[in-house]
Design a protein around this ligand. Structure first.
Ligand code: CTP
Length: 405
């Protein structure tokens, strides 16, 4: 996702500097050009050679360091950068940046940078909570810096509290959100549903399905990286929630109905990727059902069709997208659902196609709207999520144009 991007990674003097090495490696794997700049104290914790090996570029440590050519390096680097991140950022570096002090290569370069700038503070809790540090962070926010909130936990000094550098994976998500994708969903509210529902039989047993939630989680993540305000209403899954989405955990179809319909009127886009149970046990036993010799026939009652309800209550300009999983006659059935449920788009996939369906990391989607059908090839669920969002953004623009004409 970072192909063609140049990223400055500033490393200052905190024990968390070791995490910057794996962040540098992750950035390189995403095809970014990574230029590491270390402060003098940063070099006590990790040797510059580590970063040089990982990035294939000289690690800059001195204001008068040169990389490839004899240019004014801090200025030319600042011009070249698509994003700068200081991780870890010490109280001292933050204070210098807040005051505009430029007394080494890192602070000098930051002063010349106009690209998005991120700082991930890492220090002892008392230092972090000190009014001077908080004041400096506030100044930096006002100056346009994105401050990544430190995590809480056991700190290297032995104290417990706030001040840990967040995990590299989370730092990476901040970087991706800041510079990887166009923010064409900025200011938009997107609600995504994901995962299965569980319908209780008794306190021990339930009915569910094979949905892993991966497709819905990928859509929520990508929408957030494209700038949307995302709400993810999710059934029980074994996935980490995407960092920038509000997670609303639910269990049953009735829970999902309640949580989704309450939030629906405020949404610009609703994408229903969840595999909602169509049936639930007609009654739930309070006690565990004891086994008997004869067959157990379980009467089932219909759950409410959430998507149908959303289609009936769709407000003007709102975009509604459903999913259809079929085992035969994919396109015909999906197109019929599109009309019947008043949808703008339906993403159909077949359980019979290799690489599509439950649990896989890939999907093979057919995107069907009122005018056209687009067959996508097999791709990662993230890539499929991007294509789906592209179509929804297009449909939304077309609808806005129609309304204003
Ligand atoms: N869905 C829903 N509420 C339900 C059942 C399904 O909102 N109670 C949504 C799913 O989230 C999905 C879409 O409806 O976006 C398709 O679900 P599916 O069960 O495949 O479609 P149905 O319309 O129920 O049709 P059928 O059972 O005939 O396949």
């Amino acid at each position: 996702m970072l192909k063609g991007k140049t990223i400055i990674l500033g490393v200052s003097g905190s024990i968390a500097a070791y995490k910057a090495a794996s962040l540098a490696s992750m950035l390189v794997k995403q095809h970014a050009q990574v230029q590491v700049i270390m402060t003098a104290n940063g070099q006590y914790f990790v040797h510059p050679v580590t970063f040089e090996q990982l990035t294939g570029r000289k690690c800059l440590t001195d204001t008068f360091d040169r990389n490839f050519e004899f240019k004014v390096e801090h200025v030319s680097l600042a011009k070249e950068a698509d994003l700068a991140i200081i991780a870890p950022a010490t109280a001292n570096v933050l204070a210098k940046l807040a005051c505009g002090i430029a007394d080494d290569m890192l602070t000098t370069t930051m002063l010349a940078c106009t690209c998005p700038k991120l700082a991930a503070p890492a220090m002892n809790t008392r230092m972090y909570e000190n009014p001077a540090t908080q004041r400096n962070l506030e100044t930096l926010r006002r100056d346009g810096w994105e401050i990544i909130e430190p995590a809480s936990g056991h700190l290297a000094c032995g104290d417990d509290g706030k001040g840990k550098l967040p995990e590299e994976k989370l730092l990476m998500e901040h970087i991706l959100r800041a510079c990887a994708l166009p923010h064409d969903l900025a200011g938009k509210k997107v609600l995504v549903t994901a995962g299965p529902t569980q319908e209780s039989i008794d306190p021990v047993r339930f009915i569910t399905n094979h949905s892993s939630g991966k497709m819905g989680y990928a859509i929520a993540r990508m929408a957030a990286l494209r700038g949307a305000k995302v709400t993810l209403v999710s059934g029980p899954v074994a996935l980490d929630p995407p960092p920038f989405a509000e997670l609303v955990p639910i269990v049953s179809a009735a829970d999902m109905f309640r949580e989704v319909t309450e939030r629906a009127p405020q949404q610009d886009f609703i994408i229903k990727a969840a595999a909602v149970a169509d049936y639930r046990p007609a009654s739930v036993n309070d006690e565990k059902t004891k086994k008997a010799e004869e067959e157990w026939l379980l009467p089932l009652a219909r759950t409410q069709d959430i998507l149908q309800y959303l289609g009936e209550h769709k407000r003007e300009g709102q975009i509604l997208c459903g999913f259809a999983m079929e085992t035969s006659e994919l396109e015909e059935r999906a197109r019929e659902k599109l009309g019947r449920k008043n949808l703008d788009l339906i993403a159909a996939n077949s359980l019979r196609v290799e690489g599509a369906g439950f649990g896989t990391d890939t999907n093979v989607l057919t995107l069907i709207d009122r005018e056209r059908t687009e067959h996508l090839e097999i791709m990662s669920k993230e890539a499929a999520a991007m294509r789906l969002l592209d179509r929804l953004v297009e449909i939304s623009a077309e609808k806005t144009k129609e309304r204003t004409e």
